[in-house]
Design a binder for this molecule. Structure first.
Ligand SMILES: [Zn+2]
Length: 282
């Protein structure tokens, strides 16, 4: 029997301009934002969250959308603008989440309450990852890298990161305590190397991938927004909006190397349209 189980959930969808995920090296942020682009060209991508059932506890990776984005389970412009904190962020990305699809709603279906979660691992603080924190507010711990909090507090990131998403949530900010990954910064969550939070900067300064490894060395890599799909690392396609494209390239090269490793069981981007919800046994 497998010791570790990873549940891959879809917690609604996000709508973006095609250049935002796959704009490449020569794309600028204004074009990628899609603010002046055609609405009909936009893509609806899944928003994923993951539950790691591990012998040492239950760990949730990201939270997807909150119910207040779609109070009735449908696209709701007014509700979204309120939840996202600004019209501008709504223009860049819209969201929707059907009834029963919020992370807490799906966990309850499995008999798991938010208070059963030992830690919520927040890969970074963008809306489609942190907006749903309020759905699991009774989890025991919320882990975000200190680098990401510093990045989110920059005055230039005021629209991108709305503090209302984590209002009333006691975020545990951690400093890197290990040296894995493209920039040699990681955090060994349990002290045994089985869950490593690995800094993959570029999309955001404090972004981390979650590498889950079993005793035989087989591993699953959840690389969040280090790339938007499998083709991102296969073809080294940078996104249209990046905090640092050079670092993003460095991170994508590392994701490729990991994904091609013979011990890699699965390597998953958060918003890959080709990935369906499923369960991985490790
Ligand atoms: Zn995202």
């Amino acid at each position: 029997m497998a010791d570790i189980k990873i549940h891959v959930f879809h917690t609604g969808e996000v709508c973006v301009a095609p250049d935002l995920p796959f704009g490449g090296d020569n794309c600028n942020a204004v074009k990628a934002s899609g603010v002046f682009g055609k609405k009909e060209d936009r893509l609806w991508l899944p928003v994923s969250a993951y539950l790691i059932e591990h012998p040492k506890g239950k760990f949730l990776v990201d939270t997807g959308w909150a119910r207040d984005v779609s109070p009735n389970g449908e696209f709701d412009k007014k509700a979204q603008i309120k939840s996202l904190g600004s019209v501008l962020l709504y223009e860049v990305n819209q969201g929707r989440i059907g009834l029963g699809q919020c992370i807490d709603e799906q966990l309850l279906e499995m008999g798991i309450k938010d208070s059963d979660i030992d830690a919520v691992l927040i890969t970074h603080l963008d809306c489609d990852h942190a907006n749903g924190l309020k759905q699991v507010k009774n989890a025991k711990k919320f882990m975000v890298s200190a680098d990401e909090v510093k990045f989110a507090n920059k005055i230039t990131n005021k629209v991108r990161y709305y503090k209302g998403w984590w209002e009333g949530i006691d975020l545990t900010e951690f400093e890197w305590n290990d040296n894995q990954g493209p920039v040699g910064k990681s955090y060994d969550l349990l002290g045994d190397g089985s869950i490593e939070l690995i800094n993959i900067p570029g999309h955001a300064d404090g972004l981390y991938a979650v590498k889950v490894k079993n005793e035989e060395g087989k591993f699953v890599l959840l690389f969040s927004d280090g790339g938007y799909a499998r083709k991102s690392w296969e073809e080294q396609i940078t996104s249209g909006i990046a905090a640092d494209k050079q670092l993003q390239k460095q991170s994508l090269a590392w994701i490729k190397e990991q994904s091609l490793d013979e011990n890699c069981v699965e390597s998953l981007a958060n918003h890959d349209p080709d990935i369906a919800p499923h369960i991985i046994e490790l």
